[in-house]
Design a protein around this ligand. Structure first.
Ligand code: UT7
Length: 327
């Protein structure tokens, strides 16, 4: 078994910015409320096209940065809850758009934990020796499933995402361990009620706005604080890591208060926590690769890094890796 290591990272956010002040025009909210309850100041919105556009930009940049001919890619896994269409998979569309003509691909839906699930899955293909280059994309166009009349959700989410390249590690660095969880009993607390096979689209589902994200915020908040903090702590303990050993915590960006609770539980100080929620909001599967992209220059070869996420499903988990290169 060979460890999979991240050998490059790229990200993409659309240009259009929606500030909290802009949202004050749509719903009964204030900039002060949004900042103090979530930490978010603005978010990005993709005006035209679907999630594959975010993935395409990220994978093109990734190939350039890692000097990879797209034809060398074996597999693209795309974590998303906002595929361009129900089928075909957005991963297939990204393969086509970037010219990854020798790759196959599939989508993976684990909501805000999607990138963690996909990264762990992609790493297995490298570890078994089956593939040499696996691209993992985490991207969402949340504006396509957000009700801009619902002040409890529209303030949180944004569009964006990123991609990483996984290759066989030449040394001890790479993806070392993961703890991934799900609990379908939480399915109704954060979901899109209609549009799937249980409740297909009808005039009634459209009129009652059931194709948008519905969230029971406080229930999700409590579950997120407990589960994300515990699982991040558990992976440290399992791998005998003290808080001093951890160079970076890369948390899913859902709410600044959830991020702080996780860092506190781990005993990790704020200067070691990647936080960009103020700029991009919650981009679902996109948050963690966007952080890695933004912090790439600060990470050093051999850094111990903990990724942690919680999301709809419920799904949650943490992943421990050693960073593979100096930028
Ligand atoms: O990434 C996937 C996982 N998702 C999450 O982790 C999100 C978890 N949940 C949260 O982040 C928070 O629960 C929210 C940000 C969604 C809400 O914050 P909260 O502190 O839990 O607020 P709340 O739901 O307890 O609402 C407090 C009050 C309510 O008014 P009353 O009943 O006290 O009069 C809400 O109606 O704030 C009101 N409210 C708002 N007021 C202004 C709710 N949304 C807004 C708003 N602007 N946008």
């Amino acid at each position: 078994m060979r460890r999979a290591v991240i050998t490059g990272v790229a990200g993409y956010v659309p240009e259009k910015v929606i500030t909290n002040k802009d949202l004050e025009k749509f719903v009964d909210t204030t900039d002060e409320w949004i900042r103090s309850r979530t930490g978010i100041e603005e978010r990005r919105v993709l005006e035209e096209g679907g999630t594959s556009i975010i993935g395409e930009h990220a994978v093109r940049m990734l190939c350039e940065k890692t000097n990879t001919d797209p034809k060398e890619i074996d597999l693209i896994i795309c974590a998303t809850v906002t595929p361009d269409m129900i089928f075909p998979a957005t991963a297939n569309i990204i393969c086509d758009k970037v010219g990854a003509t020798n790759a196959w691909g599939y989508d993976l839906n684990a909501a805000c934990s999607g990138f963690l699930y996909a990264l762990d899955t992609g790493a297995q293909y490298i570890a078994t020796g089956k593939y040499k280059k696996v691209v993992v994309v985490g991207a969402d166009k949340m504006s396509s499933i957000i009700d801009y009349k619902d002040r409890t959700t529209c303030i949180i989410f944004g569009d964006g995402g990123g991609a990483v390249m996984l290759e066989p590690s030449e040394d001890d660095n790479g993806i070392i361990d993961s703890i991934l969880k799900c609990d379908g009993a939480g399915r109704n607390h954060l979901a899109i009620p209609a549009g799937g096979s249980e409740r297909p689209a009808s005039i009634e589902t459209v009129e009652t706005r059931q194709h948008f994200v519905r969230q029971e915020g406080q229930i999700v908040f409590k579950a997120a604080v407990t589960s994300m903090a515990s699982v991040a702590y558990d992976i440290m303990e399992k791998n005998n890591l003290s808080s001093d050993d951890v160079a970076w915590l890369v948390p899913h960006q859902a709410n600044l208060r959830i991020i702080s609770a996780t860092a506190n539980r781990m005993g990790v100080s704020e200067d070691k926590v990647m936080i960009n929620i103020q700029k991009y909001g919650n981009t679902t599967a996109g948050t963690i690769p966007l952080c890695l992209w933004e912090w790439e220059k600060k990470m050093k070869k051999g850094d111990n890094i903990i990724l942690a996420a919680f999301g709809g499903g419920f799904t949650w988990g943490s992943l421990y890796l050693k960073w593979g290169y100096d930028s």
